[in-house]
Design a binder for this molecule. Structure first.
Ligand SMILES: C[S@@+](CC[C@H](N)C(=O)[O-])C[C@H]1O[C@@H](n2cnc3c(N)ncnc32)[C@H](O)[C@@H]1O
Length: 232
């Protein structure tokens, strides 16, 4: 998950990311993690917001809509994804989470959605997020649990994805940098109309696994396990 070349290859364009995002549906009670993360950021009525690992800029665009008077700054290590984000009218820039090009206390809120598990030096990235956040500001991080689509991965001949920033270990990591850490655990749904859709989803992570799935029993749904952390 953190191999630099592998991560850079995966996000050279938005194709794999778009494939992965497209299968997801909200929880049984209609909640989705990005909307919960948005609400957590907006609740603090921030004037300066940083999003680290912005991908295609979808969340940054939602932030800008929800906070029309705020300066929203999306950053990502991928030049291609930064260029895509900029087409939304946002001032996106290339930056590494481990070495943020911003002054201390520059932001009222910092968001990092589904990206900390990719960062080789997690604690350096968390220290950077803390450094650029003003005292009392809000850090929102979203990540997956060990059992995230694990049943699909097992059915296809693989195992769960275990990372250094997950639902299971993320809280301990955050507590090393923030005094107050809250969490919201959500069970989402990945829907696959057919076997090919599931194989395309699995292939999008570009892992070295020969995935194989039965031809019968489609469409199928698998559970996703996601946590929204809010830290101050
Ligand atoms: C799974 S995608 C999530 C994108 C977006 N946050 C979303 O929720 O759709 C991970 C993103 O983190 C970016 N990324 C990975 N490592 C990074 C780093 N060290 N610094 C900045 N961005 C990074 C990738 O380029 C990619 O856009």
């Amino acid at each position: 998950m953190t191999d630099r070349d592998h991560v850079a290859r995966q996000y050279r364009d938005d194709q794999h990311l778009a494939t992965r995002i497209s299968v997801w549906h909200p929880t049984a009670d209609g909640r989705d993690p990005a909307t919960e993360a948005l609400a957590a950021v907006v609740a603090g009525a921030p004037h300066h917001v940083l999003e680290i690992g912005c991908g295609t800029g979808a969340f940054a665009a939602r932030l800008a809509d929800a906070l029309p008077d705020a300066a929203v700054v999306p950053v990502d290590q991928s030049a291609h994804l930064v260029a895509m984000t900029a087409t939304r009218g946002l001032e996106a820039r290339v930056a590494d989470a481990q070495d943020l090009p911003f002054a201390d206390d520059a932001f009222d809120a910092v968001a990092a959605l589904w990206m900390l598990y990719h960062v080789p030096d997690l604690h350096r990235a968390l220290a950077e997020a803390r450094r650029v956040l003003r005292p009392g500001g809000t850090f929102v991080a979203v990540t997956n649990g060990d059992e995230h689509v694990a049943d699909l991965r097992r059915d296809a001949g693989g195992g769960p994805v275990l990372t250094h920033f997950s639902s299971e270990n993320g809280e301990v990591a955050l507590r090393a940098h923030f005094d107050d850490v809250r969490r919201d655990d959500l069970v989402t749904r990945a829907a696959f109309p057919d076997r090919d859709a599931a194989l395309t989803y699995l292939d999008s992570s570009q892992e070295d696994v020969a995935w194989s799935l039965p031809r019968d029993g489609w469409p199928r749904e698998y559970a996703g396990h996601v946590t929204v952390f809010v830290a101050r």
